[in-house]
Design a protein around this ligand. Structure first.
Ligand SMILES: NC(=O)c1ccc[n+]([C@@H]2O[C@H](COP(=O)([O-])OP(=O)(O)OC[C@H]3O[C@@H](n4cnc5c(N)ncnc54)[C@H](OP(=O)(O)O)[C@@H]3O)[C@@H](O)[C@H]2O)c1
Length: 257
């Protein structure tokens, strides 16, 4: 692959940076010289990851619940203030819910949509003027999921929220040129995600991949301004099948169980 974009001095905001994919991505970006503001709800976890002067990844951290009204805009404003602008926004905060669709309470439906979709849309909205002002030009990364590309049984609302990020990415690509819009769709990743949702991951296959594989793929998408990342790459095949021939995919996935 051709030599990529240089990262020293890149001004980056990453949500969901207190754990898992967001924390690993923050560490990799900071190691390449980017200035990273990380957000999460868990102030102690953000503090434990550390500020740059203590060899941590963060220039500054912000503890906010992104589902609170106005929180995404407040986080963007604070990060841009701390960094003197924004070149990269990684909308990564998210959480899951697993089980039969009709067993979800209305409050659980709202909670899944709020963090995985509503807050991501508001974050992108608030980031627009900063990414437009970036000389880079700017880049927005939306961390979706393979669930959003396939539609996973017993993850209906989560899949719906992540699928909607596909629509956001496609729309903004048309509106926001020359800003890069990247949709990252990971498969099953070894993070606290499953232990924190209502039901742990119980399948024997596919096996979770290491979090650093996803973080490396995200950093590579920054260096090379990629617009689509599916990790691991073999999931591109079922994603294409589900997108192009959904009835055939439904029949085949029933056989796979
Ligand atoms: N793990 C997987 O298999 C997998 C697969 C595909 C896609 N993804 C997606 O990858 C992203 C990161 O997940 P992960 O695997 O790294 O899970 P994780 O380790 O549980 O991390 C989730 C992050 O999101 C933050 N977050 C959750 N709810 C929030 C809220 N209401 N307000 C603010 N921050 C909130 C958490 O902050 P606190 O801990 O501070 O509350 C944490 O930093 C999510 O969007 C997830 O849907 C994960």
């Amino acid at each position: 692959m051709a030599a990529g974009r240089q990262l020293p001095g890149l001004k980056a905001l990453i949500t969901g940076a207190s754990s898992g994919i967001g924390l690993a991505t923050s560490r990799l970006l900071a190691a390449r010289g980017a200035s990273v503001v990380g957000t999460g709800r868990d102030e102690a976890a953000l503090a434990a990851a550390g500020l740059r002067e203590a060899s941590g990844p963060f220039v500054a951290t912000l503890a906010r619940d992104l589902t609170d009204p106005g929180a995404p805009a407040a986080v963007v404003a604070a990060a841009a203030g701390a960094l003197g602008g924004l070149d990269l926004v990684v909308s990564n905060a998210g959480s899951g819910w697993s089980g039969r669709f009709e067993d979800m309470s209305p409050a659980e439906i709202d909670a899944v949509l709020d963090i995985n979709l509503r807050s991501a849309v508001h974050l992108a909205h608030a980031a627009a003027p900063w990414l437009r002002a970036s000389a880079g030009p700017g880049q927005l990364i939306l961390v979706g999921s393979i669930a959003g590309l396939l539609g996973v049984p017993e993850e209906a609302v989560y899949s719906t929220a992540k699928a909607a990020l596909r629509g956001l990415a496609n729309s903004l690509r048309g509106e926001w040129r020359p800003i890069t819009i990247t949709l990252v769709s990971p498969g099953v990743v070894d993070t606290p995600f499953f232990a924190r949702r209502n039901r742990p991951y119980a399948r024997s296959w596919p096996r979770p991949i290491a979090v650093n594989r996803v973080a490396s793929a995200i950093v590579s998408s920054v260096e090379h301004r990629q617009s689509e990342v599916i990790v691991p790459a073999w999931l591109t095949l079922p994603a294409r099948l589900a997108g192009g021939l959904p009835s055939l995919y439904a029949k085949m996935s029933q056989r796979w169980g």
